[in-house]
Design a protein around this ligand. Structure first.
Ligand SMILES: Nc1nc2c(ncn2[C@@H]2O[C@H](COP(=O)(O)OP(=O)(O)OP(=O)(O)O)[C@@H](O)[C@H]2O)c(=O)[nH]1
Length: 212
């Protein structure tokens, strides 16, 4: 097994409303895991610390790896506030961090490692981008981008796409990371079912029978 990249972190966003899903995405079963615990397990081997950024009072599932949980300082601002809080809370010496949603269960450890390798000295971030658009919730950011996020939030910006427009970016195609399926986003019950199928897992009960 390869060792973690020194002075690196992973920030997993798990707040939000899950409106399209109609049930909290982070705690949805995904095989023997939940969506959130699966992502933590996949990303943690690459980094020296894994940080979960949750909404205040959010109930979190159990984890199979070490994580640190922090909470949105100002709730209700959306994922950009989660990114800002995550980047602001990395440990001493950490200078770059993966930012990832809890709703992309088909990402791989290898893809995370490649994203870190793609971040060159001249750029603020290496972000996945397909022919249609950027995917800011699968990217590696320099920790100093927290300042840009803070300024954007103060200016009323809420969107991660608006945020990355203010950064110098290396765009990384899904093909370079292992294929389009990596970015499969689980936002709806149908996308949840198709992600389980793509991962070779049996269908899950939906709505979920009980909260964890
Ligand atoms: N910490 C934190 N994470 C968030 C917040 N909003 C969204 N996220 C996370 O960011 C990722 C992308 O979220 P979206 O799919 O855009 O929004 P969502 O609220 O989860 O879902 P919808 O209500 O259906 O739009 C997911 O992993 C969410 O858990 C937030 O306000 N704070």
């Amino acid at each position: 097994m390869q060792s973690p990249i020194p002075q690196s972190a992973a920030i997993i966003l798990c707040g939000g409303q899950s409106r399209r899903m109609g049930a909290e995405k982070a705690s949805l079963a995904f095989g023997a895991e939940t969506l959130l615990s699966r992502i933590a397990r996949i990303v943690s081997p690459v980094v020296t610390e894994t940080i979960i950024v949750a909404a205040p009072q959010q109930t979190l599932p159990k984890f199979s790896v070490d994580v640190r949980v922090v909470y949105d300082e100002t709730p209700g601002l959306g994922p950009l506030e989660g990114v800002r809080c995550g980047l602001d809370s990395v440990g001493p010496g950490v200078d770059r961090a993966l930012v990832c949603g809890c709703d992309t269960p088909l990402i791989t450890t290898e893809a995370v490692r490649i994203l870190f390798e793609k971040l060159d000295d001249l750029c603020d971030a290496a972000v996945t981008a397909d022919i249609e658009r950027m995917h800011p919730t699968f990217g590696v950011y320099r920790v100093h981008a927290a300042g840009v996020a803070a300024r954007q939030l103060l200016a009323g910006e809420r969107s991660l796409h608006g945020f990355v427009r203010h950064l110098s970016i290396t765009a990384v195609s899904p093909a370079e990371l292992g294929g389009d399926q990596l970015l499969h986003n689980v936002n709806t019950p149908e996308e949840y079912a198709s992600a389980l199928l793509a991962a070779g897992l049996p269908p899950a009960e939906f709505p979920p029978p009980s909260a964890p």
